[in-house]
Design a binder for this molecule. Structure first.
Ligand SMILES: [Zn+2]
Ligand SMILES: [Zn+2]
Length: 214
């Protein structure tokens, strides 16, 4: 029995490995973490800060997993490094879900939610985190512009059309086809890049064949 138990208080839960690592590791005050944004879940038990001015990317995902997981026609996510976030509350009061294996263990990549109100907090990947701007307190037009979605992905799985002129990828961005009302110059650029890649692959194969014959 530890001292706390002896006083009738709940024993401290053991600190697990993930709690000591980013994104859950608490930044010490001497680390110079500058909070640019504040965010919280619906019940307010989970709170976090962000230090990066602009997310690495911001996109709307129309895949059916996002539709189900967020109970919405599509999901709005912003990508950050794991070191860009500092949980200020409730960061050990979380629950996990891995949509590919349908398990609730903490193994990456997985979905992370508040264990009380079940608001989605983030998708934790192996190297990055996808945060949901709807939880971030965006105070003015500048904040909103920083988080503005830059593309749609898995648009082929959409339940509704969003004719906003943003690039629309049929699957993953940059590795599928640009469809619907994607900006024409971007579509041309994408096709040019694809053609170049095909050519290089072809040349490499030809060179490989020649080398084999030598
Ligand atoms: Zn909550
Ligand atoms: Zn998705």
């Amino acid at each position: 029995m530890d001292a706390k138990e002896a006083r009738g208080e709940a024993p401290e839960k053991p600190v697990e490995d993930w709690q000591k690592r980013a994104p859950y590791k608490i930044h010490e005050s001497n680390e110079n973490f500058k909070a640019r944004y504040e965010a919280s879940c619906h019940c307010g038990r989970v709170k976090y800060q962000l230090s990066r001015e602009e997310p690495l990317d911001s996109k709307l995902c129309h895949c059916t997993t996002c539709q189900t997981q967020h109970a919405a026609p599509f999901q709005w996510a912003a990508i950050f490094h794991k070191d860009d976030i500092n949980f200020s509350n409730g960061h050990h009061d979380l629950e996990w879900y891995d949509p590919s294996s349908k398990s609730i263990e903490h193994k990456l990549p997985c979905k992370v939610r508040c264990s009380f109100c079940h608001s989605p907090i983030m998708d934790e990947g192996r190297n990055m985190i996808l945060l949901f701007p709807s939880l971030v307190h965006l105070k003015n037009d500048e904040d909103k512009a920083n988080f503005k979605p830059r593309c749609h992905m898995f648009y082929s799985q959409r339940v509704m059309d969003i004719p906003d002129g943003l690039p629309k990828w049929s699957g993953l961005n940059d590795s599928s086809e640009l469809i619907e009302d994607s900006p024409p110059e971007l579509v041309r650029e994408h096709e040019r890049k694809r053609e170049q890649e095909r050519k290089e692959k072809h040349e490499k194969e030809e060179k490989g064949e020649k080398d084999e014959k030598k």
